[in-house]
Design a binder for this molecule. Sequence first.
Ligand code: FES
Ligand code: FES
Length: 160
Amino acid sequence: MTRINVTVDGVSNADDVEPRMLLVHYLREVVGKVGTVVGCDTSNCGACTVHLDGRSVKSCNVLAVQADGHEVTTIEGLATNGELHPMQTAFHENHALQCGYCTPGMIMQAVDLLRENPDPTEEEIRVGLEGNLCRCTGYHNIVKAVAAAAGSMSSERSNA
Ligand code: FES
Ligand code: FES
């Protein structure tokens, strides 16, 4: 077993883990962050996407020991002071989910997409989300939601 220290959603955790344990299993089974889900375990679907030091990663593609000394944000840490993140609000308002299984990963990926490109075109949104699969929505409302979040985040910035 290896001792790791990982800050998850602002809380620091010190745990002994098997060196082969995947980050997604650490988050779900050890830290209890079950909002992050496993869709494939083979880095294809993006359902397990979280932020590692602010950048999106597929947490089934990272070992827990690789997160030692780093900060992880999951979908459960995105809201602040009980206020949904603008991306969560936009998914809600634009009906960007059906079964919701892809949603945690989709939202985490979309937040990182806007961090890199705050004003993306529809095409850039589609390309930015191509590592995240959704079996229900046909993607149209997801793209609409990300564009809406980009708009609301940009007006928040100009009002700040
Ligand atoms: S569970 Fe990680 S990409 Fe599918
Ligand atoms: S809403 Fe069901 S997989 Fe995306």
